[in-house]
Every structure is written in C-alpha cells, then in structure tokens.
Design a protein around this ligand. Structure first.
Ligand SMILES: Nc1nc2c(ncn2[C@@H]2O[C@H](COP(=O)(O)OP(=O)(O)OP(=O)(O)O)[C@@H](O)[C@H]2O)c(=O)[nH]1
Ligand SMILES: [Mg+2]
Length: 347
C-alpha cells in the first residue's frame, strides 16, 4: 500500500472510531433503578434519580462518551399501546436492551421481552437492588435462585440474570462485561473505552481499547504534519493529539472538576498523576511531551500496531514520537484510574 493509500485508510478508521456510538435501551417498572444504572455505567450523573421520569413524553435520551441510553416509556400503557410501540420508537436502532427489575417481575416486561426475541434483539436481564435481597435465615444464594426461577417462569425460559446494586456498586463489572460481549467489534471498543471500570480486569480491557485508538490518532497526526515542533525536524498535527488526549481523559472518567479534586489529593501518587494529566492536556504541555520523545536517542517502536496503521507510517520517526507521546499520556491516565479504583475515590 502506498503512503497515500495508508493515509486515507488511517483517516477513515479514525473517523469511524470517532463516530461509533453504542445505543442501549432500558425498560422496566418505575423505580427499578434504570436511571441509577445509566449513571453508574457511564460514571457520571446524567439521569435524574428517584424522580419518576415523565413517561407522558417520548423516550428520554442520555448520552456520554459515545454511549447513548434510551429510557423507554411504559409498554402497553394507554398512551403507548403495544401494537404501535415498536414502530413509534424504532426499536431496531438499538444495539441491545436492558430489562431492569427489582422486586417482582412484571407481565409487561415479559411481553416486551417476547417482542424483542421475535425480532432477534439482545436483551440482558438485570436484577437491581441486590442489596435489598434479604430474608431472615435464608442464604443469599437461595434468594438469588428464587429470583432466577421467578424470571424464568415469567418469560418461559431460563435466562441469564445479572444481579447489581447501585448502592454498593456490585455486579456492575459483570454487567459491563455482558454488554461488551454482546456487541460487534467496533461497538465493543467504544463500549469498553466509555463504560466506567469497576474492576481491574475491565480497566485492563479499557487500556487495550485506548491503545488502538492512540495508534490510529498518532498515525493520523504524524501523517497530517502541519505543526512544526520548535527545535526539531518534524511536524505533527497538534489538534489531532489534543483531541486524542481529551478522549482518553474522558474515557477514564477524568473530568475537569474531578481532576481539580485529585490535584489536591493527600495521596502523593494521585496528586502527581493528576497534575501530569492536567499539564499535558494543553498545547504547551503537549509540545513539551513531544520534545521529550524527540530528545530520546532510542525511541521504543510500537510494533504491535503495524497491521493496524500500516508499515510505512509505523516506521516513520513522526509516528514513533506521536505514538510514544500518546501512550505516555494514556499510561498516566491509566495509572491514575488504578489509584482511583484502589482508593475508591470519587464513587
Ligand atoms: N437500595 C437500593 N436502592 C436503589 C438501587 N438502585 C436505585 N435505587 C433507588 O431506587 C430509587 C429509584 O431509582 P431510579 O434509578 O430513579 O429508578 P428508575 O427505574 O429510573 O425509575 P423511573 O424513572 O421512575 O422509572 C431511587 O431512590 C434510587 O436511589 C440499588 O441498587 N439499591
Ligand atoms: Mg428514571
């Protein structure tokens, strides 16, 4: 492939990664915890909790980090009769559905699930408020079994159920895994990058997805070299790198206000990493970071992404510098996220 073709191909892949979104629809009885789950999944308060969503209007959309959630209005109500429901809300647009329950399973949810099944749509059952599952002298496993049986009986088949508690943040890692397992490749990358990590394992997967994104953006930046780096013999596209850094921060849930908090943390590692993440986020800091890699005599080459970005670009000095800078920034964000998980900060 010529360098010209490689350039076009990389730009295409980067554009695709940037515009990929995951569409998830939630349904379930009022108060089951749909809004709470949306907030927990993205790690931000996007949906109002504890207030009954106004179901007299269309569905409510919430979006963050390329993840789009639709809170569906009641199925088979006077306002939204069953026969016109699927057309009205274009159910086929969704990548998957979450059936959120707590307490007793309802007939309307069963019927909705059957309609989804007919259309070949993926539906994941979430039994939320696991923390409320309690009965004197009955072991939790038994209560879970009872719940599984109840749902299986209602829907007429045994189904996988994910138990979650938004109160204690349990089961959320399993839910994230289950969702990502049911998405096709590009959407899965987007999901893993955007969804909040509740386990070390998911955090590692997030890193792998971010690395691929770094490889692409670094290649595009090196190929589109329009900003000469002072004192060096290379040009890169700074705006692509700034956008990349912004995306990585966002994927790790490092919002500006959260970073402000972390910058003043009493934990030295957190304070240092947060300051780095903030420092390199602006143009001057980014140029400093690039210069650091230019100055190094031997630059580590990122060979594992050659099939992804192409031989010619991977061998170029510009790519080595942009990808090293990108991975260095990713590393700071990742280490900071590890500390956040370890110390349960900001949850
Ligand atoms: N104990 C406990 N309470 C929860 C949990 N998840 C949500 N809640 C609480 O349950 C109430 C309803 O939660 P929401 O997330 O607003 O429920 P919803 O399904 O969006 O409700 P509607 O918008 O009315 O359909 C709130 O008071 C939440 O704080 C949980 O896992 N455990
Ligand atoms: Mg709600």
């Amino acid at each position: 492939m010529s360098i010209h073709d490689e350039t076009k191909e990389i730009q295409r892949k980067l554009d695709e990664a940037n515009k990929t979104t995951v569409l998830v629809a939630l349904f379930g009885q009022p108060g089951a915890g749909k809004s709470s789950l949306i907030n927990k999944i993205v790690g931000q308060k996007v949906a109002e909790v504890g207030v009954e969503t106004d179901k007299t209007v269309e569905l409510a959309w919430y979006e963050a980090k390329g993840l789009k959630f639709a809170d569906l209005p009641g199925y088979g109500t006077e306002r939204f009769p069953k026969d016109s429901y699927f057309q009205r809300f274009d159910m086929m647009q969704f990548d998957l559905f979450l059936c959120v329950t707590s307490g007793k399973f309802h007939q309307a949810d069963t019927e909705f699930f059957q309609e989804l099944k007919k259309r070949g749509k993926v539906c994941i059952f979430v039994a939320n408020k696991h923390d409320e599952l309690w009965e004197d002298e009955v072991p939790i496993e038994k209560l879970e079994q009872r719940k599984l049986k109840d749902i299986a009986k209602q829907v007429g088949q045994s189904v996988k159920v994910i138990f979650t508690s938004c109160k204690f943040n349990t089961g959320l890692d399993k839910l994230n895994e289950e969702i990502s397992n049911n998405l096709e490749a590009a959407k899965r990358e987007r999901w893993v990058r955007g969804a909040k990590a509740y386990s070390e394992k998911f955090l590692q997967e997030k890193r792998a997805s971010c690395e691929k994104y770094v490889a692409l953006a670094a290649a595009a930046s090196a190929l589109n070299g329009i900003n000469p780096i002072p004192g060096a013999d290379i040009s890169v596209d700074i705006s692509i790198l700034l956008k990349l850094f912004k995306e990585i921060r966002s994927d790790y849930g490092l919002t500006e206000s959260f970073l402000d908090e972390l910058k003043n943390s009493s934990i030295p590692a957190v304070e240092l990493l947060a300051n780095n993440v903030v420092k390199y986020a602006v143009k001057e800091g980014l140029v400093l970071l690039l210069k650091r890699f230019i100055a190094q005599e031997t630059i580590k080459s990122i060979t594992k992404y050659i099939p992804f970005v192409g031989q010619a670009i991977a061998a170029s000095i510009g790519y080595k510098i942009t990808s090293n800078a990108g991975n260095s920034y990713l590393n700071d964000c990742h280490k900071l996220a590890e500390q956040i998980l370890k110390h349960k900060l900001g949850v």
